[in-house]
Design a protein around this ligand. Structure first.
Ligand SMILES: NC(=O)c1ccc[n+]([C@@H]2O[C@H](COP(=O)([O-])OP(=O)(O)OC[C@H]3O[C@@H](n4cnc5c(N)ncnc54)[C@H](OP(=O)(O)O)[C@@H]3O)[C@@H](O)[C@H]2O)c1
Length: 301
């Protein structure tokens, strides 16, 4: 599979990334089944895996790590992205009274140590601050992130759900560059194309990562308004090009000049198996806008 360069010592990542958020929602969370999904990804060249400390009520990083216990050799073939900063409510933290953000140096450092231990890796390839923190001390957070890179625990730093001004603030207190912003981008939520997030990524030459590239599946639900408008054309393109409708929706992101990196989240082995087909799809400018207009319910102004 084609790879994507974030530069600055971060290894090339696969053009499509597999997200681990829903791993614990699957009917089968045994190490063997998780490994099956990982192996299906790797077989297609999806070598980059996206995590966060909070996924699956703080369980997904450990599920992933356990799945690799019998195949430690696979670790050298993968890249790991993980995130921290959200303090979710959980029985595991009974003293936590309110969901909040913590971007303090101590919390970030602890999250990295926990992630490395649970995943069973020596280094995190990209560490993202999960959400912009309204209580951010950019000097403290920036210095903590820089130090983790300098110490070799993390290869590169990114952010998630940041607006351009949030990136400016954190970057102003860092020496290492912010290499990506992981944001929601899909046919149902196209805001990033016009709210400055993608424009900023293009200006920085920093490929954005797109979470929920299939809008979390909602575009496939029969009652979904955007889905109703988009699905007939998606299905037609899919049939013409011999791929699935999911692959076409992912290809719509891949086609964009910002070099968007979709982070797919299906648990279905069948869907995982066909997702790399997205790279075979060709969408010209007018077809891209045709899907945009169908999603919007109107032509561009
Ligand atoms: N940074 C952030 O704030 C943030 C937020 C959310 C997610 N993420 C990352 O992004 C990754 C992907 O998010 P996502 O899981 O929402 O991505 P997604 O790929 O848009 O959605 C996956 C969901 O769509 C369903 N789906 C796919 N095709 C379908 C179809 N034809 N019909 C019905 N349902 C269908 C899947 O169900 P099946 O499993 O049955 O296929 C699954 O539940 C996450 O794993 C996480 O790593 C990041």
């Amino acid at each position: 599979m084609e790879t994507i360069e974030f530069g600055h010592g971060v290894p090339p990542m696969s053009r499509i990334v597999y997200g681990a958020w829903r791993l614990s929602d699957d009917h089968d969370t045994t190490p063997d089944h998780v490994l099956e999904k990982i192996e299906l990804c790797l077989a297609q060249g999806i070598t980059t895996f996206d995590h966060a400390d909070i996924y699956g009520d703080y369980e997904c990083e450990a599920l992933f790590g356990r799945a690799l216990r019998n195949r430690p050799d696979l670790r050298d073939t993968m890249q790991i992205v993980t995130k921290c900063g959200i303090m979710a409510m959980s029985d595991k933290f009974p003293r936590r009274r309110v969901k909040h953000y913590d971007t303090s140096a101590a919390h970030i450092r602890n999250s990295v140590e926990v992630a490395l231990g649970q995943l069973g890796f020596d280094v995190i390839d990209l560490l993202l601050i999960h959400r912009p923190d309204p209580f951010l001390d950019h000097h403290e957070t920036g210095a903590a992130l820089d130090a983790l890179v300098d110490e070799g625990k993390v290869r590169g730093i990114g952010v998630s759900n940041f607006m351009p001004w949030d990136i400016d603030l954190l970057q102003s207190a860092m020496t290492h560059p912010i290499l990506t912003n992981q944001i929601e981008i899909n046919l149902v939520n196209k805001a990033a194309f016009t709210n400055g997030q993608i424009a900023r990524a293009q200006r920085d030459g920093a490929p954005p990562m797109a979470w929920s590239p299939l809008a979390g599946g909602s575009m496939f639900y029969p009652g979904d308004q955007v889905g109703k408008r988009v699905m007939p054309r998606l299905t037609e393109i899919a049939a013409d090009q011999g791929v699935s409708a999911e692959a076409v929706a992912v290809a719509w992101l891949l086609a964009h000049p910002a070099r968007i990196v979709p982070v797919v989240g299906t648990n279905s082995l069948k869907r995982i198996e066909r997702i790399a087909d997205a790279l075979k799809v060709t969408l010209d400018r007018q077809t891209w806008f045709e899907l945009w207009s169908l999603a919007e319910g109107d032509e561009v102004p």
